[in-house]
Design a binder for this molecule. Sequence first.
Ligand SMILES: Cc1cc2nc3c(=O)[nH]c(=O)nc-3n(C[C@H](O)[C@H](O)[C@H](O)COP(=O)(O)OP(=O)(O)OC[C@H]3O[C@@H](n4cnc5c(N)ncnc54)[C@H](O)[C@@H]3O)c2cc1C
Length: 425
Amino acid sequence: MTGKMEQLETVIIGGGHAGLTMSYFLSQAKREHVILERGQVGERWRSERWDSFCFQFPNWTIELPGYKYQCDDPEAFAPGREVVRFIEEYATHIKAPIRCGVEVASLERTEDSSRYLLTTNNGAIEAANVVIATGPYQLPVIPAMSAQLPNNILQVHSNAYRNPAQLPPGAVLVVGSGASGCQIADDLNQSGRKVYLSVGRHSRMPRRYRGQDFAYWGAALKRPEQIVDTVPLNLRDGSEVLLTGANGGYDVDLRAMAARGIVLLGHLQDNKDANLVLADDLAQNLAKGDEALENFTKAVDDYIAKNGLEVPQEQRSKLNPNDAKEIPAPLLNLNLKHAGINAIVWASGFRCNFDFVKLPVFDGAGEPVHRRGVTQFPGIYFLGLRWLYKRKSAFLLRASGAEDAAYLAEQIMAGAKDSRERPRG
Ligand SMILES: Cc1cc2nc3c(=O)[nH]c(=O)nc-3n(C[C@H](O)[C@H](O)[C@H](O)COP(=O)(O)OP(=O)(O)OC[C@H]3O[C@@H](n4cnc5c(N)ncnc54)[C@H](O)[C@@H]3O)c2cc1C
């Protein structure tokens, strides 16, 4: 780069809803900042969702600070392209100072340690504050066993799955039964594909219950407000809530999926070439899923009783899910060739990737060390991570990230007076 290095008070990395929310609060406080986004505004909603994807919560929940989604039917579920349009409109509405197509390759301290140096594909910038809002779902996780699978099997992660036509003809194995795995399995099943679904831990939830959407009762029970320290680690991760907004929104019920022809399997343990070994844990995983449903509906019933609400009784019995005997004993071995499986969709989750951050702000597992997004490095903040502060921290719905962003804006303002001179230890 020629000439003087660009100097800014704050750089936000990432132009998803978290980065934009941060920008909203900094603009309100009239603080100088830019957002650097390697792709386009809301890039992950554009390029990492499948064609039939719909927002998993009703339209009335789609909101960012100071801006609500405009729609005809608040109880309907917006298709993915509408979510992109909403985020784009939001960026325009708040006049976000966003630079698209700018990827941050490294973030480190300046030589004198007084500020931070961001190296990008469009030159370098020095800043007093950097908010890292690059998303909670960054790199696809694919089990190592995938390397041992025959070359003729097409493998794709859920973030690269688009539609059934993308896959070679034949049956498909979907590995992972979180919301993504179940939605993709249904998408394939509806297109007439034979689908095998490897089921792991999950939390079955009602789309609607006693006259309201899941999101309504979740908010009433204050689930999104749960603070990270108050929820044991084992209850924060690993048990994906099953929801879908596809086809107008419906209950994601694995037994019903089996009745529609999807072959349910236990979790994928191992493989030798085309021979897969599956755990004998399907019944156990389904039972755990049912337990989550029972806990949730009971909590809603208790809430209704306690508050004397006049709401309809549930017609269908959610508390007595279909008997497990309706599911045939799961296969423990599966030969891909014999089953006619030519493609595998790995709906096996994501991990963070902060390789570009050249600062020792991570623990042994590579997770950022922070409290409410504030790190031990003055001016370095994280935003939009799962459980950053509350259960809701990473979600778009109901302006969930606003509280965290407002808090970071306060931190930035508090440090603003001396941010240009303060030596950074
Ligand atoms: C399949 C799926 C479905 C989901 N459905 C819902 C839903 O229905 N409702 C809901 O509320 N939440 C949903 N979520 C969660 C939601 O998508 C994420 O929590 C949300 O996108 C996080 O927003 P963010 O702004 O923190 O991150 P992201 O949306 O991931 O934005 C981060 C941005 O940073 C950019 N970036 C990354 N690295 C760099 C770099 N080095 N330099 C410059 N830019 C960079 C990326 O391009 C990206 O645009 C879903 C998640 C997944 C995976």
